[in-house]
Design a protein around this ligand. Structure first.
Ligand SMILES: *Cc1c(COP(=O)(O)O)cnc(C)c1O
Length: 381
């Protein structure tokens, strides 16, 4: 039986009637921009963020962009962000005219290494963007201590981590801003693009709210230059259909991850990532105090055998993907940046050679999961 890396409609089809009703509701009112659906969604999603102000936006990328704009990050400023993440994290920094400075990540959690951030902070550094990669929180105690020492703004890129927590505090609610994505492959996936920006700071919330709609206040009067970063009312209505099921989706991903961890760790040659790396296959693990929501279940295959495992799984019709094959400091679009932006990301480079993500989505069946484990066992033999 083929096992896709992700099957978004396995989750959406059972909610077909709910989506149809949501469409009819919005269609009848004709309120396609802002209005009650947006207000309702923002109210209902807020508890998943733990922050006091939640603003729906057009995408996760736009949430990061809007956060940088609201904090007035711009030309001459440097922003620290991990080298091993999705492009949007750093792309937004360049789009506001600031300079991304790439920070290495930790090999066990894939998250930002604050020791390396300490080596790269300068008098120009204005902000840091920790990413909660693959659904697990970065070490936010270390991030906040470092940021407070250097008076940096903190923008949490929680695009892959809505509902994840660390020592009981939800991802996105710790820094000045938290950013989330509802891209269909994220844990709370919409029927198209969408995102969310949150903050506990009332003034920042007001500024971001104004910038979301061209800095227009009142109508046709512009004191600031913003953009159109609004979420569609239809998208908000669709996401409201999925929200009540979200805790169940997360639970199922955690069940799947626990199954893989138990089954794969029994195979000879495997170890958890934090252990000495003489193993043939390193398994992802959840750091003490973290609630991991497993947007990805990402293996490390040392010894140059990653591509062979990928091909082996694809031959058996098991979906898998390399997140991410090229680190940000090695992207062509950043090649013009000064050496100080690009140096010292060796762990990120190694991960780009070793990582492979396998199917983890909520609707995987027992037999699909068993098939994935059997395929990996055959490869290791
Ligand atoms: C998906 C993602 C984004 C961007 O979100 P979009 O909604 O696709 O714009 C940003 N950062 C990370 C880490 C992501 O995974």
């Amino acid at each position: 039986m083929p096992v896709p890396l992700l099957d978004v409609n396995a989750q959406n089809h059972p909610l077909h009637d709910g989506f149809t009703a949501a469409f009819e509701r919005v269609f009848k009112t004709g309120h396609f921009i802002m209005g009650e659906e947006i207000a309702g969604f923002e109210r209902e999603v807020q508890p998943l963020t733990g922050a006091s102000h939640a603003l729906s936006v057009s995408s996760g990328t736009d949430a990061i962009l809007l956060a940088l704009m609201a904090l007035e990050v711009g030309p001459g400023d440097e922003v620290l962000c991990p080298a091993f993440t999705f492009f949007a994290t750093a792309g937004c920094v360049s789009r506001v005219g600031a300079t991304p400075i790439f920070v290495d990540v930790l090999p066990d959690t894939f998250n930002i290494d604050i020791a390396d951030a300490r080596a790269k902070v300068t008098s120009k550094t204005k902000a840091i963007i920790p990413v909660h990669l693959f659904g697990q929180c970065a070490n936010m105690e270390a991030v906040m201590e470092f940021a407070n020492e250097h008076l940096l703004h903190v923008i949490e890129d929680a695009a892959q981590a809505i509902g994840a927590s660390r020592h009981g505090t939800l991802a996105g609610s710790i820094g000045h801003f938290g950013c989330y994505s509802f891209f269909p492959s994220k844990n709370l996936g919409g029927l198209g693009d969408g995102g969310l920006l949150v903050t506990n700071d009332g003034d920042l919330a007001l500024r971001a709210k104004s910038l979301r709609n061209h800095g227009m206040e009142p109508k046709y009067y512009h004191s600031h230059i913003g953009g159109n970063f609004r979420m569609d009312a239809l998208q908000a209505a669709f996401l409201r259909v999925k929200l009540p099921h979200y805790a169940g989706y997360t639970k199922q991903r955690q069940v799947n991850a626990a199954f893989y961890q138990e089954q794969l760790s029994k195979l000879p040659g495997t170890a958890f990532s934090s252990q000495p790396a003489d193993a043939k296959l390193l398994l992802p693990y959840c750091e003490e105090g973290n609630q991991h929501i497993w947007n990805q279940f990402t293996l490390r295959v040392p010894g140059g055998r990653r591509d062979a495992l990928k091909q082996h799984l694809l031959d058996l019709k098991i979906g898998c993907e390399i997140y991410y094959p090229v680190t940000l400091d090695q992207q062509a679009c950043f090649a013009h940046l000064p050496e100080s932006s690009l140096r010292g990301c060796e762990v990120s480079h190694q991960l780009a050679e070793e990582v492979l993500s396998i199917p983890i989505y909520s609707e995987l069946t027992e037999s699909q999961k068993t098939e994935v484990v059997a395929a990996i066992a055959a490869f290791l033999n």
